[in-house]
Design a binder for this molecule. Structure first.
Ligand code: LLP
Length: 436
């Protein structure tokens, strides 16, 4: 779709970043929200709501920002789980980005998108033999091994194919990060990674197995990390471990994981990637290693928003609700992590708030809310709201609970908007069900 086709828009008299958005691709123009060169109102009118809208330009800007910080030699492996839409995978692959996958399904998505699987790293706490086989067949860059039982599976699959499997050992250095309990992965109580004792056993076993080659170490401490220090501490701990190994294997990569935090509006800002890279990259390259990074959220979260329409309002003595057509089925982060996303009217967003509202969806769960206690103006039925920074772990974590078809997704680039996922049809919901 070419926005505005058939009608002439007047000149934009007033243009500035949309309040609350972490992306300059979302603009407040003539009093309403635009994504790049398109008023989002037009997208909602054409494709319905709830609707995920992504800015291609913002995604590419983030890639270039990471490249500038980490250098051309660093390998960026986008964490597919953040937003696995094939169009986004293709957009990133065209920029030379590789992928971090955690399942056979994500690997199959890469293949379906037609992107090179030679730049894929495969993490995952419990990979199946079938997934390991598929990844070997795809010729991926490396497995991130994080459970000891994987090693014989990987060796057998490699031997059977007459190939050598490249692997990094995912270490769990037991380092805390300041994030939600459910997005912490580098502590001793977490299921992820190998503690140093197990990591040493895996390194020794790899040395004895001709079908396996150790290429590096991997650490992922968690998500929504806003400070460089945990990454630096992890690298220091892993290198101290490495230096004590006897014999010391030759390595190629240090995979510092993802988890780069963004600003969801709490005022703490996003991770300063330039500061992180300035501190970490020289230390990695001084070891003769190439950095691998696995950003998910950082590349796509701010590039997306969720458009939803007001269905009505309900006022109780103690509480006022805005009832909207999006729900935990489109964005589960508030319910699952008590996450806070900006919620802003699409038209005239800066009008005076009138009251404090809970913004809730139609799903039959009291945990179904998009935002609590939000200062908002009185909203009209049919009015559009934008839920901000939903490009990561929004559509990716969607469900069809309450038999709600999954939302459509739009990728905008300049004045072009492409439908990159059609709205699920209600009959899709039972398409796999049988009536024997
Ligand atoms: N690498 C590994 C090994 C990971 O486990 C993850 C995320 C990433 C990279 C990417 O993390 P990111 O850069 O996107 O923070 N659903 C949660 C996030 C779970 C992330 C799981 N692993 C949320 O909505 O916040």
């Amino acid at each position: 779709m070419r926005a505005g086709s058939g009608k002439i828009r007047g000149p934009v008299t007033n243009d500035r970043p949309f309040p609350g958005s972490g992306s300059s691709a979302f603009r407040l123009r003539d009093g309403e929200l635009w994504c790049e060169g398109i008023p989002v109102r037009e997208l909602a009118a054409r494709h319905g709501t709830p609707l995920h809208v992504y800015s291609a330009t913002e995604i590419l800007t983030r890639v270039r920002e990471l490249r500038a910080a980490f250098g051309e030699a660093a390998r960026i492996c986008y964490a597919v789980k953040a937003n696995p839409n094939l169009a986004i995978l293709r957009l990133l692959a065209a920029e030379g980005v590789g992928f971090d996958v955690v399942s056979g399904g994500e690997l199959a998505r890469d293949a379906a998108a037609g992107v090179a699987t030679s730049g894929v790293v495969f993490a995952g706490v419990a990979k199946s033999a079938a997934e390991i086989g598929a990844a070997l067949d795809a010729g991926i860059l490396a497995f991130n091994v994080e459970s000891e039982h994987e090693l014989p599976l990987l060796a057998a699959a490699a031997r059977a194919r007459g190939v050598v499997a490249r692997l990094a050992v995912r270490v769990n250095p037991d380092l805390p990060v300041d994030t939600h309990r459910h997005t912490r992965t580098g502590g001793k109580d977490d299921k992820f990674g190998l503690d140093f004792g197990a990591a040493a056993r895996v390194v020794a076993a790899v040395a004895r197995e001709a079908a396996l080659e150790l290429v590096g170490f991997h650490v992922h401490l968690g998500s929504q990390v806003r400070e460089p220090e945990p990454y630096l501490r992890a690298f220091t701990a892993v290198m101290a471990f490495f230096d004590a190994l006897e014999p010391r294997p030759a390595l190629r990569y240090y995979d510092l994981g993802g988890g780069f935090g963004i600003d969801y509006g709490d005022g703490r800002g996003r991770l300063d990637v330039a500061r992180l890279a300035a501190a970490l990259v020289p230390a990695i390259t001084a070891r003769g290693l190439v950095p691998i990074l696995e950003p998910g959220r950082y590349l796509v979260a701010d590039a997306g928003l969720l458009l939803t329409r007001v269905l009505g309002t309900k006022e109780r003595p103690s509480h006022a609700f805005v009832l909207v057509d999006a729900a935990m089925t489109e964005l589960i982060r508030p319910a699952l992590y008590q996450a806070s996303h900006g919620i802003v009217p699409v038209q005239d967003p800066e009008r005076r708030p009138e009251g404090v509202w809970d913004v809730v969806g139609p799903v039959c769960e009291s945990g179904d809310f998009l935002g609590k206690a939000r200062a908002l103006p009185r909203l009209a039925q049919g009015e559009l709201l934008a839920v901000l920074a939903t490009g990561a772990y929004g559509a990716a974590m969607a469900s069809s609970y309450n038999s709600r078809p999954r939302a459509a997704e739009i990728l905008v680039s300049g004045t072009t908007a492409q439908l990159v996922r059609r709205r699920e049809r209600v009959e899709d919901l039972w398409a796999e069900e049988l009536n024997p």
